[in-house]
Design a protein around this ligand. Structure first.
Ligand SMILES: [Ca+2]
Ligand SMILES: [Ca+2]
Ligand SMILES: [Zn+2]
Ligand SMILES: [Zn+2]
Length: 220
């Protein structure tokens, strides 16, 4: 976790940072619980894009990445929530030559549940709206926050499959999307991709576009 006061780079360009921090025209309002919700503050794929978009960050040459659970949510049991996140990691590991190893201190990908302002410059917004966020790898982020995933604990989290964007929110799906960012994928322009920017219920698989993206970055 970053020290208090550190403003991390969740997104790359200054214009994108401004869009994330203010109610800019590019940020659609998605406050109804029955309409798609934004996974995170990251901007959509730029106009003209048609598929996955790679961030410059990468964990290479590392191929075995470490992860840690910093805390949990009270919404579901500890075993179930950890399993959901491990299954989300496995989605990506299956399609690449990356593997993930759990650690109890440190860790490249650190998962935590937080609310409101949690000292990284990207405060959460109560229930609805933004669900989570994930931080790109180095060198996009040069502090330990690189690779970390924060879940908004003002959402009601579930480990059961969900057919809409209504509460509760499918932890496995949101974790899988944010892990995509933590590995260096930006939002895809492909509406069928897990890495499309809106959550509309469970998406517990990688689409062809997601697989093409992660393999473009890390190989098969
Ligand atoms: Ca980290
Ligand atoms: Ca929220
Ligand atoms: Zn996202
Ligand atoms: Zn955060």
């Amino acid at each position: 976790m970053a020290a208090a006061g550190v403003v991390a780079t969740l997104i790359v360009s200054p214009s994108a940072v401004n869009a994330a921090e203010g109610p800019g025209p590019a940020a659609p309002a998605a406050t109804s619980k029955t309409t798609p919700l934004r996974y995170d503050h990251l901007p959509p794929a730029s106009a003209g894009a048609s598929r996955f978009v790679l961030d410059a960050g990468t964990w290479l040459p590392d191929r075995t990445l470490t992860y840690r659970f910093a805390n949990g949510t009270a919404d579901v049991g500890g075993f179930e929530q950890r399993s959901a996140i491990r299954l989300a990691l496995d989605l990506w590991a299956t399609e690449t030559n990356l593997s993930f190893s759990e650690v109890t201190t440190g860790g490249q990908l650190v998962f935590s549940f937080v609310t409101d302002n949690h000292s990284d410059g990207f405060p959460f917004d109560n229930q609805g709206g933004v669900l989570a966020h994930g931080f790109f790898p180095p060198p996009t982020n040069t502090t330990s926050i690189a690779g970390d995933v924060h879940f908004d604990d003002d959402e009601t989290w579930s480990t059961l499959s969900q057919s809409s964007s209504a509460q509760p929110i499918d932890l496995r799906t949101v974790a899988a999307h944010e892990i995509g960012h933590a590995l260096g994928l930006r939002h895809s322009a492909d509406r069928n991709a897990l890495m499309f920017d809106f959550y509309n219920g469970s998406h517990r698989f990688l689409s062809a576009d997601d697989i093409a993206g992660i393999q473009a970055k890390y190989g098969e």
